[in-house]
Design a protein around this ligand. Structure first.
Ligand code: EPU
Length: 337
């Protein structure tokens, strides 16, 4: 366990804000997690569990304890014919995990290539891209209940996954520390999921459909649309795609015939927030160092020295203008701290 006081979080938030934590504890195993939690509770300070900080917006210095996992091993724990169960530690970089799977021909997470963040944070918001979500391959989550120090196993069902949501973001927020995630993967798969957008076409251009070509295609598409946080601070999609009821959809679609939409069920329709924001004229907008990405309007960016408050103010202006124009309320996907 490593403990630092007045620690810079610049490398621990993908917006690149220069904020500090009163105390920062890096934990390498489950015993450390408990010791860190105990310490945080004893100190009377608030605490926060941080992954790679790629879905977080800090509005100021954090006057408490940040607990961060550094454990990063990955193992095959069960093998039955082509069904493989893999465990990965919370601190492992998500994309290193995907790369490891693709390299040994384990299928299931290739569409989720290049998503920033850690393995431990991935189930919290049920990460998803290009027609896949982590819930589709998640077998279980091992998490430590901070109040009792006991490890518990959550099945995919227990996690109550939905679009960018899980129990860890809602009822159990801040109560558990995820230490390991188990995945159901397929060895040498012959079926792939390339139906989303132009993925199939892009894969075919690269070569024969395989885990490698899918990974490469996803990385290319993401690279063209999404800013690299190492260069331009951002947290991926800042907003969720709103899911609206059919009645609201009918009235707003009637006035905006070209609005793209996806039916999610009989009563609900998902609208790409990027389209709504672009229609309101925000794409490429910049005020000081806070801006809206010019290739994907769903992504807010820090061009250098923007503060969390400035990005948050911009987000509020966008929410208001989309609401006024379409009567649709955007919800933030990024967690505000
Ligand atoms: N669109 C626009 N203008 C824009 C952006 C999008 O008109 O500036 C419209 C277009 O009609 C486009 C449609 O939105 O066809 C969908 O765009 P895209 O495929 O880029 O997906 P998205 O719905 O904007 C979601 C995820 C992304 C994920 C992509 C690909 C959310 C909130 N975002 O974006 O996830 O990479 O699909 O699967 O669901 C993230 O969560 O950080 C993230 C980047």
């Amino acid at each position: 366990m490593e403990i630092y006081d007045n620690y810079s979080l610049k490398e621990y938030n993908s917006f690149g804000f220069n904020v500090r934590a009163r105390r920062f504890i890096s934990v390498g195993n489950e015993e450390d997690i408990l010791a860190a939690a105990e310490q945080a509770v004893k100190s009377g300070l608030k605490y926060f569990i941080l992954g790679a900080g790629s879905n977080i917006l800090f509005t100021s210095d954090y006057d408490g304890v940040i607990i961060n996992a550094s454990c990063n091993s990955v193992n095959i724990v069960e093998e039955k014919n082509r069904n493989i169960v893999v465990s990965a530690d919370a601190g492992l970089t998500w994309d290193s995990f995907v790369e490891w799977c693709v390299n040994i021909n384990l299928g299931g997470v290739e569409n989720l290539s290049s998503i920033p963040g850690t393995v431990g944070a991935a189930p919290v918001q049920n990460i998803g891209a290009y027609g896949s979500e982590i819930k589709d391959v998640l077998r279980a989550v091992r998490a430590i209940r901070l109040s009792t120090g006991k490890a518990e196993l959550f099945s995919a069902n227990d996690c109550r996954f939905s679009y960018r949501e899980s129990i860890f973001k809602n009822e159990l927020k801040g109560k558990y520390f995820i230490s390991k995630v188990y995945f159901n993967l397929i060895k040498n798969p012959d079926q792939f999921n390339t139906q989303y957008g132009n993925l199939e076409e892009r894969v075919n251009r690269i070569g024969k459909k395989s885990l490698h070509t899918i990974r490469q295609a996803v990385m290319e598409i993401r690279g063209e649309k999404l800013p690299d946080p190492a260069i331009t601070g951002n947290a991926g999609s800042f907003f969720k795609n709103p899911v609206i009821n059919r009645q609201l959809f009918k009235s707003t679609h009637h006035k905006n015939r070209e609005m793209p939409y996806y039916e999610t069920n009989e009563d609900h329709i998902k609208i790409p927030a990027g389209w709504l924001i672009e229609e309101c004229g925000w794409k490429g907008f910049r005020d000081g160092d806070a801006g809206v990405h010019n290739k994907q309007a769903l992504v807010l960016v820090n061009y250098g020295n923007a503060t969390g408050i400035e990005i948050l103010n911009l987000a509020e202006r966008i929410i208001e203008s989309v609401n006024q124009r379409f009567g649709i309320e955007l919800k933030k996907e990024v967690e505000i701290v």
